[in-house]
Design a protein around this ligand. Structure first.
Ligand code: NAD
Length: 471
């Protein structure tokens, strides 16, 4: 197929799909069906804001329903298009398959700039949008479950849940109609950090395989690695923070919309975050160099580049100049199809979006399960585990005839709470999926990189599901 000079987000995702599907023995019609989305709805509705009517446009795309509910975030962005929503819905399908989360793929959003509205106005807009989608079957705990994405967060998710509950008061599982809620409103501990945490777990797993590290042109562990993060929102903030505080990596630059901060010695991420929260910009941050044209820093010397902002950031133009050895795609679609080809030819390793940012949907799955079970994880067994730990300690102390040191006791007598269980489940999911992708990559000579391996894995699983259930 002739590739246009500049491919859109949706075209990029579809070309990446085609490249992988061509390596699989999937009947052509079935591959085409998996690739094409099932349905997409466009809604237009008026809201009265500051005395005048504004007509807003939004979409919800359901890419696949081989597993239900279909799952995917809701984005608020002034640049949103239907095609972008469809691209992200497709990524959700592949992502869920890769990490074995039993959901179909969906995505939605409104073409608005949330910064233009007050909190009260956003509530009116969100509730109206939620109603439009819910009455048309595009929000429901059984069929279609949104989550936060760019420009939305726990606050919007509560408004959506409450709107749904008002419309369908007899739905016992109404609270499961959306994930990413605050913990006090049926959310789960660890969801807010989940995507960033998942990216961290993915990077850690990569560094557990010395051959992969060497193939990428790196050596040693994560400690001391020079990292650049683009986008300092929910995902970028968490991953930068964890790499800085828990993995002793050096976050040397953080790139935001209106500029970047740079410190070769490593930024104190939490300090930067406090400043960013207070001022809404990185400009003026006192303890680092400010670079006006932040995007140029994507090409800066570093070990790991983590795009965590928006799609289409690594393109035909800058791909030849990227110096990172490892790119970890925390954002959806940060690399265009052409850029992907250039980076592969240049031997740069990419941990692809369809896997790298799957932590969000994984923990959303845990939240959905929690909502359906109407009980917090760990509630039944936590004290039992603690009691067992105490018994084990007593038995060991009786056998060896001396007390166990207190710091060892503390670990043994602590039952797992919800956050422990969520992190354990997320870590396990990210490790397992990395190894499945890696296995495809290493076992097939025709699979040129981890992205193609991830797509091969996804398409294979989805095709199997359709074959077994019958189309
Ligand atoms: P967010 O709105 O919380 O943060 C995005 C940040 O990126 C903002 O601070 C914004 O100012 C910044 N930004 C926007 N355009 C930029 C640009 N051109 N250069 C530099 N910075 C820019 O959004 P988020 O939830 O962190 O999502 C970020 C990305 O991660 C998106 O691609 C999203 O689809 C993806 N993602 C998010 C989740 C999730 O759970 N939130 C899950 C999977 C994937």
């Amino acid at each position: 197929m002739a590739v246009a000079q500049r491919t859109s987000f949706l075209e990029s995702v579809n070309l990446m799909f085609d490249r992988a599907a061509a390596l699989l023995d999937v009947p052509p019609g079935l591959a085409e069906f998996i690739k094409r989305g099932n349905s997409v709805i466009q809604v237009r509705f008026p809201v009265k804001i500051r005395g005048e009517y504004r007509v807003l446009t939004g979409w919800r795309a359901t890419h696949s329903e081989h597993r239900l509910p279909a799952k995917g975030g809701i984005r608020y962005s002034p640049h949103l298009t239907q095609a972008d929503v469809e691209a992200m819905a497709a990524l959700m399908t592949y992502k869920c398959a890769i990490v074995d989360v039993p959901f179909g793929g969906s995505k939605g959003g409104l073409r608005i700039d949330p910064k233009e509205y007050t909190e009260e106005e956003l509530e009116v807009i969100t509730r109206r949008f939620a109603r439009e989608l819910a009455v048309k079957g595009y929000i429901s705990p059984a069929l279609n479950v949104p989550a936060p994405d760019l420009g939305t967060g726990p606050r919007e998710m509560v408004w959506i849940a409450d709107t749904y509950r008002t419309l369908f008061p007899d739905d016992l599982n109404a609270i499961a109609c959306v994930t990413g809620k605050p913990v006090t409103q049926g959310g789960i501990r660890g969801r807010e950090e989940a995507t960033g945490r998942g990216v961290e777990y993915a990077i850690r797993e990569f560094f557990r395989h010395p051959e992969d590290v060497e193939r990428a042109g790196l050596s040693g562990g994560l400690e001391g690695k020079r990292v650049i993060v683009q986008g300092f929102g929910k995902v970028g903030y968490h991953v930068a923070k964890f790499l800085d505080e828990e993995d002793d990596a050096k976050v040397i630059a953080i790139i935001e919309r209106d500029g970047a901060v740079v410190d070769e010695r490593g930024l104190k991420v939490e300090h930067v975050a406090q400043y960013f929260r207070e001022h809404g910009t990185l400009r003026g941050y006192p303890d680092a160099l400010f670079v006006e044209d932040g995007r140029t820093l994507l090409e800066e010397e570093c070990d790991i580049l983590i795009p965590a902002a928006v799609e289409g950031q690594i393109t035909l133009e800058n791909a030849p100049h990227i110096k990172a050895r490892l790119i970890v795609e925390a954002a959806n679609g940060p690399t265009t199809y052409e850029a992907d080809n250039i980076l592969r030819e240049r031997g740069i390793t990419i941990i692809p979006d369809v896997y790298a940012n799957a932590g969000g949907v994984t923990v959303s799955y845990f939240e959905w399960i929690k909502n359906l079970s109407h009980m917090r994880f760990g509630r039944l067994q936590r004290r039992l585990e603690e009691m067992r730990g105490e018994q084990v300690i007593k038995a060991i102390e009786a056998a060896v005839g001396r007390p166990i040191p207190d710091h060892l006791k503390a670990g043994l007598t602590r039952g797992a709470d919800e956050l422990d269980l969520v992190r354990s489940g997320l870590d396990d999911t990210m490790r397992q999926a990395y190894n499945e992708i890696r296995e495809v990559y290493l076992s097939r000579r025709d699979v040129p990189d981890l992205r193609t391996a991830a797509y091969v894995l996804a398409i294979d699983k989805i095709a199997r599901s359709y074959r077994e259930t019958g189309v």
